[in-house]
Write a protein that binds this ligand. Structure first.
Ligand code: CUA
Length: 155
């Protein structure tokens, strides 16, 4: 079968691009640990305010010295709105929504997950730098989406 030279060049470029993309994804997943957030825990979205520990959102210290932070993301704010985290703390965030799809992002930290009603999103981070970090909803969730923000203070 005869193949035109230009066709060969484009086919090679296409395959090379696929190989590069696949290598990038594999490297990010294995070396950098970039994996999709786990959605293993479910919750009744109509009963979030009555379901422990989401009935008392906030930071909880564990016996091993690490922390758990429970968050409720709802239209159009986060509960808690403000959180103080001790410097150097390893925090696992558990976030859920009683209403619509939200985002949970703390820029400059790598904390970034979608928040889906009925599910508990989990993401961990060790806060090694002091400062006040913005917490934002980065999924369009309605008319007040742009006001949906809070902060995390590391000190
Ligand atoms: Cu919540 Cu956008």
């Amino acid at each position: 079968m005869h193949m035109h030279r230009a066709e060969k060049i484009w086919m090679t470029a296409g395959i090379a691009m696929l190989v590069v993309f696949l290598a990038t994804l594999t490297t990010a997943a294995i070396v950098d640990g970039f994996v999709p957030p786990s959605h293993v825990q479910s919750i009744d979205p109509t009963k979030v305010s009555q379901t422990a520990p989401f009935d008392h959102p906030g930071l909880h210290k564990l016996a091993d010295g690490s922390y758990e932070a429970y968050y409720v993301a709802h239209i159009f704010s986060f509960d808690p709105q403000h959180l103080v985290i001790p410097l150097g703390a390893h925090v696992t965030f558990y976030v859920t929504s009683p209403d619509v799809e939200h985002g949970f992002s703390i820029p400059l930290t790598g904390v970034n997950t979608m928040v889906t009603p009925g599910w508990v999103s989990t993401v961990s981070h060790t806060f090694k730098a002091p400062g006040k970090f913005l917490l934002v909803c980065n999924e369009y969730c309605g008319a007040g989406h742009q006001m949906m923000a809070g902060d995390v203070e590391v000190k």
